[in-house]
Write a protein that binds this ligand. Structure first.
Ligand code: SF4
Length: 389
């Protein structure tokens, strides 16, 4: 990979060290002119406005994937750069914008502890850390990961962790546990090993999933030690998030090879939001899905951009637009590489039917002020409302 000019002298030994990548991130406190010396006044203002409220973090590795123009500024249309967009005050407003109040996913009644989310029968989710290798400016968990006023950097104190384990033991119907965050692979191997061994020791837990963005924001995190831990605790699934084909690099492939060489490659499932100006075209999605398919990565979810996420105004598309894309996509890729198109609703995820006019159970409508919306029957059989764009 061609490195960002700032890092050309860094020895390979450091460059390939995931901790060095973390320590040297571009972040809220960075002097922007040291990374982008010719950045416009407008971008500086947007950066200042954004970091006053939300976290920004980009590893040197990810910065190096961003195409620069002749002035060494990020190219405005670059699909990686757009994922870290400094949102201007205008882009922080709008229908369904993040307001720190509305929830798009976590309901307090489903959280027996601050880190354990039990929404569906048979499975539970543990959010073991609230930080990430890099911060996507569209995160649907904005309150946990991005909002600086929430001060939720660490998710699990020892007491909360013990309470969460007790809950798992007391609810033996939970056989599948998703370890998520933020990004659990931000934790060092010994901390991760403790988490996995504690969860695996709950006799009713039969399968463990880990959700991560590390393979694309910091692929050096996948080291032989991590592969050994996944093998030892027989982690069933790695759910990986990446949004654009440019994130599939030689380093990404090397991370997969480390898992292969470790002799235990979990089932790898892909997920990403549908993001305007990043992956909302048939050509981009086709390229991405075929690249994943060739690597034996199963396309799991393409998520509709969730209301009350940061950057809803900038990244969001309409459900109808997503359906059009999915219908076209289905004709041009092999069946096993075709994901589910799904939306987040506080009451549970909902697969979106691909009938253009909706179905009796999934209807397009308008809210009281005439804005596009969707009504559907959720997995509990209740009719629920969803603000669209
Ligand atoms: S890596 Fe995942 S949890 Fe972290 S900011 Fe991005 S979308 Fe959110």
């Amino acid at each position: 990979m061609k490195r960002h000019w700032k890092y050309t002298d860094i020895p390979d030994r450091l460059w390939r060290d995931w901790r060095w990548q973390l320590k040297n991130r571009f972040h809220n406190g960075s002097d922007i002119s040291k990374f982008f010396p010719n950045i416009s006044e407008e971008s500086r203002r947007d950066f200042a406005a954004h970091v006053a409220k939300f976290n920004i973090s980009i590893t040197p590795y990810t910065l190096s994937l961003i195409r620069l123009d002749k002035k060494l500024n990020p190219t405005a249309v670059d699909p990686i750069w757009r994922q870290f967009k400094f949102l201007s005050p205008d882009e922080l407003r709008g229908d369904g914008a993040y307001d720190g109040v509305h929830t798009n996913w976590e309901l307090s009644k489903e959280m027996p502890t601050p880190i354990l989310h039990h929404k569906y029968p048979g499975r539970a989710l543990l959010r073991v850390v609230n930080s990430c290798h890099g911060y996507c400016s569209y995160c649907y968990l904005t309150k946990r990961t991005l909002d600086v006023s929430k001060k939720l950097r660490f998710a699990a104190s020892p007491a909360v962790w013990e309470r969460s384990l007790r809950y798992l033991r007391a609810n033996p119907d939970i056989s599948d546990v998703l370890i998520s965050g933020g990004d659990p692979l931000l934790l060092p191997n010994d901390a991760l090993e403790k988490i996995l061994s504690d969860v695996a020791a709950v006799s009713s837990v039969k399968t463990i999933r880990i959700n991560t963005r590390a393979l694309t924001f910091n692929p050096f995190r996948v080291d032989p030690g991590l592969a050994a831990i996944l093998k030892k605790h027989r982690v069933t699934v790695l759910e990986i998030h990446l949004a654009h084909p440019n994130e599939i690099t030689r380093e990404f492939d090397s991370a997969l090879e480390v898992l292969d060489k470790g002799g235990y490659r979990p089932l790898i499932l892909w997920r990403s939001p549908l993001l305007r100006g990043i992956n909302d075209s048939v050509a981009t999605l086709r390229e991405l899905l075929l690249m994943l398919y060739a690597r034996r990565i199963v396309p799991y979810y393409l998520f509709h951009n969730a209301p009350y996420s940061l950057g809803r105004e900038y990244y969001g598309t309409s459900v109808k637009r997503g359906i059009t894309l999915m219908k076209e996509l289905r004709r041009v890729i092999p069946g096993p590489s075709f994901p589910r198109y799904t939306l987040f609703h506080p009451t549970g995820k909902q697969d979106i039917p691909l009938e253009a006019g909706g179905t009796p159970e999934f209807r397009f409508c308008r809210d009281a002020s005439g804005k596009p919306a969707v009504k559907f029957r959720n997995w509990r059989g209740r009719s629920v409302f969803y603000p669209d764009r």
